[in-house]
Design a protein around this ligand. Structure first.
Ligand SMILES: Cc1ncc(COP(=O)(O)O)c(C=O)c1O
Length: 410
């Protein structure tokens, strides 16, 4: 069920006014930004929200400024809640997606031999966190197999593992960092709900790119940054905590005076909301920037964004597919806007540098980022190009032409 919100009352979205959206995005004037999977370009209202708050802090004092803007700060929770279909009480601010993820993991009372069931395409830092839990608590980390066609995790095999191993935690990354693969997180969630298993989703690359509905996904916990496809500032992220998890009393290890009340010298009580996963100190200008970014995305429309953004990536893939020496690496029928490929005759850093020199922002992924996926694909590194809705078809074609030129030089 969708929570009552203005989003649910909106009429079907019109086509995007790309020229207006670009006019709102100062970075469009200086670069072809195809690194939105790294960090999206800030829109003017986001920049303004942050700068205005810093100016207010400078003129009246930091505590006084946050008190004055309390209502706007509250809107961070309302806007994010609207974006992923939950209530504001289910949202906690975090300094990064990884911060949100480790706070969530820290709330699970792992015992030796508990199983964490995950996929072969979960994010590098999540995989390292699971191994750290294995080292400290003796948990077992089990990776569900992939389908043979490279289209992601085999959900039936994963469900069979759920039934057999009764994992303490099921963890899935919606879109990994190292390819455009979209994992079937809602299908996985249906099995978790049926079996009553705790389910954590990393939606870092999908928030701001797709319509995310935590009810439909069926997750207990979900993490994301705000800086990528949501176009918020760096140093920000959030954690969704379901009412189920809150009412069952999960709390992070090292809860602080904001997340809990010190009820008596010997006792503390976690607060009722996801704020129990937050800490007392906040970067308020960043929080306000995130609220503005979420409002901006809602105003642009996630339906329209989720059609245009992967559509631009598909156009780019079509251009690259024709080039000799280029191998596209994104699996699945409808990949996200992370276009990854290897190119013969180039080393990673000089190739990226050559694109930098042409005013094209991109990113590199290395074997270390994706031990399973890159081993399966037999690649050491890949270039990642990640357009967003404010990029143009002309930019897509210019990027494809630049890759073709470099490929000829190889
Ligand atoms: C899928 C995925 N999860 C998590 C993260 C980590 O995000 P952060 O750098 O905000 O901790 C990233 C960053 O690239 C990512 O791509």
């Amino acid at each position: 069920m969708r929570h009552q919100s203005s989003a649910s009352l909106r009429s079907p979205e019109p086509l995007l006014d790309v020229a207006a959206l670009r006019a709102d995005t100062p970075g469009c004037e200086s670069v072809i930004h195809f690194n939105n999977a790294g960090c999206g370009l800030l829109a003017t209202p986001v920049l303004r929200a942050m700068v205005e708050h810093l100016e207010l802090e400078a003129s009246i004092g930091g505590y006084e400024a946050s008190a004055l803007r309390a209502e706007a700060v509250e809107d961070f929770y309302s806007a994010l809640a609207e974006l992923i279909n939950c209530a504001p009480r289910n949202i906690a601010f975090a300094g990064s997606a990884t911060h949100a993820y480790s706070r969530a993991l820290s709330a699970i009372p792992f015992q030796p031999d508990d199983v964490i069931l995950t996929t072969r395409n979960d994010f590098i830092s999540n995989q390292i966190a699971f191994l750290a839990l294995r080292k400290r608590f003796g948990v077992r980390v089990v990776h569900a197999p992939d389908l043979p066609d490279g289209s992601g995790v085999d959900v039936d095999a994963m469900a069979a593992l759920m039934r057999r191993l009764r994992p303490k935690l099921v963890a899935a990354t919606h879109v990994p960092t190292n390819s455009g693969l979209v994992q079937p997180v809602a299908e996985i969630g249906r099995h978790c709900r049926e079996l009553g298993l705790l389910y954590l989703v990393d939606a870092c690359q999908s928030v701001g790119q797709f319509e995310i509905d935590v009810e439909e996904i069926g997750c207990d916990l979900l993490t994301s940054t705000c800086r990528k496809f949501l176009r918020g500032p760096r140093g920000s992220g959030f954690l969704y905590v379901s009412d189920r998890v809150l009412s069952e009393g999960y709390e992070p290890l090292f809860i602080d005076m904001y997340g809990a009340r010190w009820a008596s010298p010997e006792e503390y009580r976690p607060v009722d909301t996801a704020a129990r996963f937050e800490e007392w100190e906040f970067p308020y200008s960043t929080v306000l920037g995130c609220a503005a970014a979420a409002r901006y995305a809602l105003q642009v429309g996630l339906g329209a964004i989720s059609r245009r953004t992967p559509g631009l990536a598909a156009r780019l893939r079509a251009g690259l597919a024709e080039m000799p020496g280029v191998r596209l690496l994104d699996g699945g029928a409808r990949p996200a806007a992370l276009v990854t490929f290897e190119i013969k005759g180039w080393q990673a850093k000089p190739f990226k540098k050559a694109l930098d020199a042409r005013g094209i922002n991109s990113a590199l992924s290395f074997r270390e980022f994706a031990q399973f996926d890159f081993a399966d694909k037999d690649v050491e590194w890949a270039l990642r190009l990640s357009p967003h809705y404010y990029n143009t078809e002309e930019e897509v074609d210019a990027v494809a032409a630049a890759v073709a030129e470099l490929q000829r030089m190889a």
